[in-house]
Design a protein around this ligand. Structure first.
Ligand SMILES: Nc1nc2c(ncn2[C@@H]2O[C@H](COP(=O)(O)OP(=O)(O)OP(=O)(O)O)[C@@H](O)[C@H]2O)c(=O)[nH]1
Ligand SMILES: [Mg+2]
Length: 210
């Protein structure tokens, strides 16, 4: 859903937090909302929840000065992780520009992470995207808990041949790793957008990242 509005000097890019149920997707957005300068981010909207569980999606707009002369607006979404909400995940994924895959580090959730990544791959394919060309940051969350798998093991279960995703360990409840993840996915998404734009619009003025 990336788009550029020349009249308003605005870029819009969509980032989706994906991962199994209860891995910490909503918590990532809540923590960003709590810790960020209120001027750069409006309220977060959680559409339909049942306790901790997201039943539809969370949405939060975020502004940055990342491209000279333009305001960059990131539309941040989370999907509901519970397997039953697959149709909703497909809707939320429409027009996605970049993904944060939040893996739950607990041993008991290893299989759920693998299933969720496979589900992401399938859903991207259904909309004509593929994992290999999608900017993606892997976040190994809940590193504060006791019963967690080593990162190299989690990576081994999730890796795809020839794909090297940037990754971070995190404790989303405390904000550890949250902004490393956010900064990296925003940069990747912008780099891809700017490179594609400049390639296509060779006769116009290039966009310049700041
Ligand atoms: N200990 C610990 N708990 C966490 C961490 N991140 C999230 N949680 C907790 O895990 C629970 C689920 O977090 P959510 O952010 O709601 O999970 P979600 O991925 O949005 O779940 P769904 O909406 O069902 O897909 C909450 O109780 C969080 O407080 C973490 O890093 N460490
Ligand atoms: Mg949620």
């Amino acid at each position: 859903m990336s788009c550029i509005n020349f009249a308003r000097k605005e870029l819009q890019l969509k980032i989706v937090y994906y991962g199994p149920g209860m891995c910490g997707k909503t918590t990532n957005l809540q923590t960003i909302h709590r810790m960020i300068d209120p001027g750069t981010c409006s309220d977060m909207a959680s559409i339909a929840t049942d306790g901790d569980r997201t039943l539809f999606f969370d949405f939060m707009p975020l502004e940055a000065d990342a491209v000279a002369g333009y305001t960059t607006k990131f539309q941040m979404y989370t999907v509901p992780g519970q397997p039953v909400y697959d149709m909703t995940r497909r809707l939320v994924l429409k027009g996605v520009d970049g993904i944060v895959f939040v893996a739950d580090s607990q041993w008991s959730r290893v299989e759920d992470n693998v299933e969720s990544l496979a589900n992401l791959e399938e859903n991207l394919a259904l909309q004509g995207d593929d994992l290999a060309s999608m900017p993606l940051v892997m976040q190994y969350n809940k590193r504060d808990l006791d019963d967690i798998a080593p990162v190299h093991y989690l990576a081994y279960t999730l890796e795809r041949e020839s794909l090297e995703w940037p990754w971070f360990e995190s404790v989303a409840t405390e904000g550890a790793g949250t902004f490393d993840t956010l900064n990296t996915i925003s940069r990747l998404v912008l780099q891809k957008f700017v490179a594609r734009y400049n390639e296509q619009a060779a006769d116009q003025r290039d966009l310049v990242m700041v």
